[in-house]
Design a protein around this ligand. Structure first.
Ligand code: FE2
Length: 518
C-alpha cells in the first residue's frame, strides 16, 4: 500500500496585540494527514461551506442561501451537509473568525454580548446541529481568512494582500505580505490594519441603507445608481466618514438630495479611500502583485483603477465573507490551492445544452441555462444564467420584464476572451477577467445598449478557451451570428437567490414562461 506523505497543517494563528507595521501572525502547525478540511463561514450573513481535499482541490464550495431560498441566509442549511460530506471523511473543521473577539467588539460598540456565541464550539453546535461533533475544530482570524482565500487561490507565489470589508472581529481594512516558504507553506505578515469603527465598508453599507436598500446585500445597486448622479456631496461625506456608521446615517441624512447624487458621492468617496489604501499598500514595496479581498472588492467600478497601483491583480471570485469558508480551510491546508474556476457548488448533471440554448436564442432572443456545478460567489457565470442576444434596443426592457429590477441598472456581457479587446477597453492589471469583477468602456454602446451603463462602461466577463460549457456556447453563437458575446444575468426568481437545482429551474420556467435548458 502506498504511504501518503505526512504534511504539516496550520491549525490556527494569533495576531500580535501591536497595531504596528511589525505586527506578526504566528502560525501553529501540526504534523498529520488530513483527508478533507471543511471551512465554514456562518452565523452573521451569507453562510457558506468549502471542502478542500489532501491534494489541494476544492471539492465543494457553496452558499446556504441557494438551498434555503433565503437571500444571504446567515445560517448553514442541512441540505448542504449531505452534499459537502458525501463519501468524504471530514477530519478537520476550520471556522473563519474568532467569536470571542467579535463578541468583545460588539460589547464595545454597544450591541451587547451574545453569551451563547462566545466560543467556536457554541457557534458550530448552533450551525451544524450536532453533526460532525467529533471532528477537531480550529478558529481563525476574519481578515486572515479573507487574505488566505485570495492568496492561496491566486497564481502568485508572492503578493501584497489588501482586505477591505465592513468589519471582521476588530479590523476593517488590513494589508498583508504573503508568500510561500521553501516548503511551500503560505506565510502571512500583517503590515498594517485599520480598526473599528473606521470602515469603508460600513460607510458604503450605511449609504445603502439611507437609500432604502438592504445593507450588506444591495451595495451593488448603489454602485449602479452612481452613474446617474453627480458627486455633489463629497465634502459632506468625507466628514461623515470620520463617524461611527455602524448604526447607519439615518433617513434624515441629506433629506432633500437626489438618491443618484448620494450614490455618486458615496462612490466617489469610497474610491478615494480605496485608492489611498492601495497607495499605502504599494508603498510597502513588498510585491507588485496585488491580491484584493473583502466585500469592498466587489466594487467593480472602483476596481478599474487597481492597475495604476499594482502590475498584476487577482480577486478571488467570492471575495466576501462566504469566500472566507475557503480561506479558513486554506489556512489549515497551508499551501497553494488548485483553483481552476468558480463552478464548485450543486451539480445539475448532463452535457451543457449548447444546441438547445442556441436554438432558443435564435428563436426568442432570451433563454435560461442551468447546467453543471453552481457558481461560488455572487455572480452567475454561465451555469445558472439567464442569457440573451445583446444586440438591439429592446432587449434590456424584455430581460427587465423578467428580472423586474431597477431600470437604471445595465446587464453584463459575457464575451469570448480573444474578441474582448475589440469591443471593450479593458483596464490593465487583472490576471483573469472571467469573474465580472471590473468595468471597462464599451466601444460600441449604441450597438449594445442592454449591456452598456449610462457612463459607457460594461461589467465584463471574458471566457478563455477553457473547455467550459459557456465557452462552447459562445463559440457556437459566434459561428451562427458573428456576435462574440451574450447578455448574462443571474437566473433567479425575483426576491430569491440564484437557481440551484433542476426543481428551482422548473419553478422559474413556470413563473416566467422562459425555457431553462439543462
Ligand atoms: Fe469580511
Amino acid at each position: 500500500m502506498d504511504k501518503e506523505p505526512i504534511q504539516s497543517y496550520c491549525v490556527g494563528n494569533t495576531l500580535s496585540p501591536q497595531v504596528a507595521r511589525t505586527a506578526q501572525t504566528r502560525p501553529v502547525y501540526i504534523q498529520m494527514k488530513l483527508e478533507h478540511i471543511l471551512g465554514i463561514s456562518a452565523g452573521y450573513h451569507d453562510a457558506a461551506a468549502t471542502v478542500i481535499n489532501s491534494a489541494g482541490d476544492i471539492v465543494y464550495a457553496g452558499h446556504s442561501e441557494r438551498y434555503s431560498k433565503r437571500k444571504n441566509d446567515a445560517d448553514l442549511h442541512k441540505d448542504m451537509f449531505w452534499e459537502f460530506s458525501r463519501g468524504r471523511h471530514i477530519d478537520h473543521i476550520a471556522y473563519y473568525e474568532t467569536p470571542w473577539k467579535k463578541q468583545l467588539r460588539q460589547l464595545y460598540s454597544g450591541q451587547g454580548i451574545e453569551w451563547s456565541r462566545i466560543t467556536t464550539g457554541q457557534v458550530l453546535r448552533e450551525q451544524l446541529g450536532g453533526y460532525f461533533s467529533s471532528v477537531p475544530v480550529s478558529t481563525h482570524n476574519h481578515h486572515r481568512s479573507h487574505a488566505a482565500a485570495g492568496f492561496q487561490t491566486s497564481p502568485f507565489d508572492r503578493a501584497t494582500v489588501v482586505v477591505i470589508d465592513a468589519i471582521g472581529e476588530w479590523d476593517c481594512a488590513t494589508i498583508w505580505a504573503a508568500e510561500y516558504d521553501p516548503q511551500g507553506r503560505a506565510q502571512y505578515r500583517l503590515l498594517w490594519r485599520q480598526r473599528y469603527p473606521h470602515s469603508i465598508g460600513l460607510f458604503y453599507s450605511a449609504i445603502t441603507e439611507r437609500l432604502g436598500l438592504r445593507p450588506l446585500d444591495e451595495e451593488y445597486i448603489v454602485m449602479g445608481m452612481a452613474g446617474w448622479g453627480e458627486p455633489a456631496y463629497v465634502d459632506t461625506m468625507q466628514i461623515l466618514l470620520q463617524e461611527n456608521l455602524h448604526a447607519g446615517v439615518g433617513h434624515m441624512f441629506l433629506p432633500t438630495a437626489k438618491d443618484a447624487d448620494i450614490a455618486a458621492s458615496a462612490q466617489a468617496v469610497a474610491e478615494q479611500e480605496i485608492y489611498k489604501l492601495m497607495q499605502r499598500a504599494q508603498a510597502f514595496g513588498f510585491s507588485t502583485n496585488l491580491v484584493y479581498q473583502g466585500g469592498v472588492a466587489l466594487n467593480c467600478l472602483a476596481n478599474r483603477k487597481l492597475g495604476q497601483y499594482f502590475e498584476k491583480v487577482w480577486i478571488m471570485p467570492c471575495p466576501g465573507d462566504a469566500g472566507s469558508s475557503l480561506g479558513a480551510a486554506a489556512q489549515v491546508y497551508g499551501r497553494k490551492i488548485r483553483f481552476t474556476n468558480a463552478f464548485l457548488g450543486t451539480e445539475i448533471s448532463g452535457a451543457y445544452p449548447v444546441d438547445a440554448v442556441i436554438h432558443s436564442l435564435l428563436t426568442d432572443k432570451i433563454t435560461g441555462v442551468a447546467s453543471g456545478r453552481a457558481e461560488f460567489g455572487p455572480r452567475a457565470l454561465g451555469n445558472r444564467s439567464l442569457l440573451a442576444d445583446p444586440r438591439g434596443p429592446d432587449i434590456k426592457d424584455r430581460v427587465n420584464a423578467i428580472k423586474q429590477r431597477q431600470q437604471f441598472r445595465p446587464f453584463a456581457p459575457v464575451v469570448l476572451s480573444e474578441a474582448a479587446a475589440e469591443y471593450f477597453d479593458i483596464p490593465p492589471g487583472f490576471v483573469d477577467t472571467s469573474y465580472m469583477q471590473v468595468v471597462g468602456q464599451c466601444r460600441y454602446p449604441t450597438m449594445f445598449p442592454a449591456i452598456t451603463h449610462i457612463d459607457g462602461t460594461s461589467r465584463i466577463q471574458t471566457v478563455s478557451n477553457d473547455g467550459s460549457g459557456i465557452r462552447r456556447l459562445l463559440e457556437a453563437w459566434y459561428a451562427r451570428t458573428g456576435c462574440p458575446m451574450l447578455l448574462n444575468t443571474s437566473l433567479n426568481i425575483r426576491g430569491e437567490p440564484m437557481v440551484n437545482n433542476r426543481a428551482d429551474a422548473d419553478r422559474f420556467e413556470q413563473r416566467y414562461g422562459v425555457q431553462v435548458h439543462s
